[in-house]
Design a protein around this ligand. Sequence first.
Ligand SMILES: CC(=O)N[C@H]1[C@@H](OP(=O)(O)OP(=O)(O)OC[C@H]2O[C@@H](n3ccc(=O)[nH]c3=O)[C@H](O)[C@@H]2O)O[C@H](CO)[C@@H](O)[C@@H]1O[C@H](C)C(=O)N[C@@H](C)C(=O)N[C@H](CCC(=O)O)C(=O)O
Ligand SMILES: Nc1ncnc2c1ncn2[C@@H]1O[C@H](COP(=O)(O)OP(=O)(O)OP(=O)(O)O)[C@@H](O)[C@H]1O
Ligand SMILES: N[C@H](CCC[C@H](N)C(=O)O)C(=O)O
Ligand SMILES: [Mg+2]
Length: 495
Amino acid sequence: MLLSDLMRESANAATTPPALPRDPALSGLTLDSRKVGPGFLFAALVGNRQDGTAFVAEAVKRGAVAILAAPDASLPPLDPSIVVVRDANPRRRVALMAAAFAGAQPATIAAVTGTNGKSSTVHFVRHIWANLGFKAASVGTLGIFSPGLTREAGLTTPDPVQLHEDLAILARQGVTHLAIEASSHGLDQHRLDGLRLSAACFTNLTHEHLDYHASMETYFAAKARLFDSLLPESGTAVINADSDRAQALMAIAARHGVRCWTYGAKGREFRLLKDQATSAGQHLAVEILGELHGIELPLVGGFQASNALGALALAVATGGDVDRSVEALGSVTGAPGRLQLVARHRTGANVYVDYAHKPEALETVLSTLRPFARGRLVVVFGCGGDRDRAKRPVMGEIATRLADLTLVTDDNPRSEEPEEIRAEIVRGIPADRRNWIEVRDGRHAAIERGMASLRSKDDLLLIAGKGHETGQTIKGVTHHFDDAEVAREFAEAVS
Ligand SMILES: CC(=O)N[C@H]1[C@@H](OP(=O)(O)OP(=O)(O)OC[C@H]2O[C@@H](n3ccc(=O)[nH]c3=O)[C@H](O)[C@@H]2O)O[C@H](CO)[C@@H](O)[C@@H]1O[C@H](C)C(=O)N[C@@H](C)C(=O)N[C@H](CCC(=O)O)C(=O)O
Ligand SMILES: Nc1ncnc2c1ncn2[C@@H]1O[C@H](COP(=O)(O)OP(=O)(O)OP(=O)(O)O)[C@@H](O)[C@H]1O
Ligand SMILES: N[C@H](CCC[C@H](N)C(=O)O)C(=O)O
Ligand SMILES: [Mg+2]
């Protein structure tokens, strides 16, 4: 593709592309100098840790023929054959370029943002679409799921170059419907700016990532970008009305002129009227666009019902038939590692794995499981290193308030000292609580102790924080570790 074509296709309609001194044919583009090949455009971005302009010389050595940089970025002296493109927002521009370069993307794309429930919601929408007969895929924390391409988990929202390469493959394979998780980092870093969205969903906003975002307000503003910058006027905003941020987001969406649908107990278009536990999960009575429907959801928990309704609203907003979408939810499975029953202890006690690694998720999952533990509810959890430290004491308090026994352990300490992370968790536990133990010799030992604490079939063990993950990162080295696998060492597997 010629640089001039890429410039035109990625330009804001209001701007005139600058005259180029030369018009090289590009063979690729990247924002990482280590991935530059001959004929590439290299986007030199100022990052959170490093300044990409420091790698321009290396990129040129590897064959870069064009450099994208901010207007004020100081670049090394370059051979005149190298074209320098300046843009006030190079992160956004490279995302738009990546979309233009890759060409195709599935015709229908729904993005889901929110602190919790993104992976579950995209998993459910993909299931509904597939049942409606569409070739559907999802992209997010769990990787890429599609009929023809699976990709291991990396970032929740991939970098734009990788994302658009994959979307073009999916589109060529005939995938017409795509659901994608929009993380706040991804939104803030413009990773999703080149997507042609049909709908966007907001699940909720609670404490997370305050190491990256300066405050809850800037965290919310990053999420709101999906609705006021990325969703076109022809799109539908699908908002969880039960979130305390719903009103603010509806006002933003309305100002932007998009159709706005809400779901949940306070929802307008998808109103949950009744939620009744059944032997298979729950029966939901829902008023959908003015008509009453019954949903047999084979999953437990109010949060799963909420995510399922968000997914249903996305499916309908993108043209899905209401009755058939409702019926499709009857055969949905939980997303891997989300409230997943993984083992049964010899006493008969159930062992669950869940991805709760944020305060509200831990509170939600423990409250959800409480009625299923007629005996003792035991939880094993830790907190990740090199991530928001403020959530550690909060989670220590939540676990010891809602579980009968808490085993404090490690969860990806990364570059931090595990004992320091555990100490910060323990600091949040009120002094009069005695229902916890700090396990100092690793997560495997903590799970073993959790299993050993089960005394009857009425007890229940929750292993929280890692969900689907298959590694534990300690001092930069990732060791194979799978909570479900370890639980099964001490108990029978359940399929
Ligand atoms: C903090 C953060 O989000 N960082 C992301 C960001 O990196 P950055 O731009 O800040 O990188 P940097 O290291 O400062 O480097 C600056 C620039 O120099 C370039 N560089 C660097 C070294 C070199 O040799 N050559 C070179 O060209 C880098 O490619 C980069 O463009 O942009 C990169 C490309 O998109 C991401 O890979 C990277 O994710 C890092 C690995 C990460 O850990 N991110 C996590 C926190 C994250 O994004 N998580 C979210 C949320 C998950 C959730 O909701 O729980 C996610 O979407 O996964
Ligand atoms: N709607 C919800 N409200 C509150 N908690 C939820 C909700 N949905 C899921 N959870 C909790 O959050 C955990 C993570 O769920 P899920 O993976 O669907 O969210 P996510 O937003 O994709 O998270 P991440 O940002 O870590 O990828 C679940 O394991 C569960 O404990
Ligand atoms: N996408 C999240 C995953 C956190 C998972 C948890 N197990 C941890 O390591 O903190 C992050 O990178 O912040
Ligand atoms: Mg996710």
